[in-house]
Design a binder for this molecule. Structure first.
Ligand code: G4P
Ligand code: NA
Ligand code: NA
Length: 194
């Protein structure tokens, strides 16, 4: 997605060889016009899949997932990172290990919002080591839903999450795949398929 790649080049800050800061349009401030186009791109890629629900994780997955849900006309459910004080036995939950923070967190979704007949698109803002996506897939599995794929705004192609998911046979669509960030310069993986 050219607009997204240009935005990453213009506004992204390479904090290290592995961390890309995109606070001005995705992780802190949100660019609604860009997110609208992100939603259109995902809706195009997945429109014939019969999706009934989008599953993402708070907080930065919510904006791109909501715009995709708007385009596909389906609800968006986001997993919570903090346990709700009520209804604790009425939850699907999974452990998510963060390689960045070296901590493990439980994420959860109420049983009210995922059902056996749901056809689910899992989404997130970033794909690094894939732990968040795996946690969401685990929750989708507990709910006995059908997952048709994973939609990612920015994939870091040099970390192992994308390979791990694709090796499982999961369809992963990323709108930008960062191949390298060495010397402070972002380079993208060329589109593999037309
Ligand atoms: P993983 O899920 O792929 O294994 O990623 P990891 O644990 O390493 O990352 C933890 C958090 O950092 C996640 O957000 C993830 O989306 C984000 N992240 C990973 N790499 C980058 C990066 O290079 N740049 C940015 N901006 N974010 C990155 P989170 O803690 O759940 O935060 P949020 O969704 O509330 O923003
Ligand atoms: Na995220
Ligand atoms: Na994030």
């Amino acid at each position: 997605m050219e607009l997204l790649k240009n935005k990453i080049i213009e506004e992204g800050k390479v904090l290290s060889d592995t961390v890309l800061k995109v606070d001005s349009f995705l992780n802190h401030q949100v660019d609604p016009k860009l997110m609208k186009q992100v939603g259109e791109e995902f809706a195009n890629k997945f429109k014939s899949a019969g999706i009934t629900k989008i599953l993402t994780i708070e907080s930065s997955g919510i904006a791109p997932a909501t715009m995709t849900g708007l385009e596909l006309d389906v609800p968006v459910v986001f997993a919570r990172k903090r346990k709700s004080l009520t209804l604790t036995d009425h939850l699907y939950s999974a452990e998510v290990y963060s390689f960045t923070k070296k901590t493990s967190n439980e994420i959860s979704v109420s049983k009210d919002f995922l059902h056996e007949d749901d056809i689910v698109l899992v989404m997130d803002d970033f794909l690094a080591n894939g732990q968040a996506a795996l946690g969401l897939l685990e929750i989708a599995k507990q709910a006995k839903t059908t997952v048709i794929g994973v939609g990612i705004v920015i994939e870091k192609g040099f970390q192992f999450g994308g390979k791990q998911l694709r090796d499982k046979g999961i369809r992963v669509e990323s709108l930008a795949i960062v191949e390298s960030m060495s010397d402070g310069k972002v380079t993208f993986k060329e589109e593999a398929r037309i």
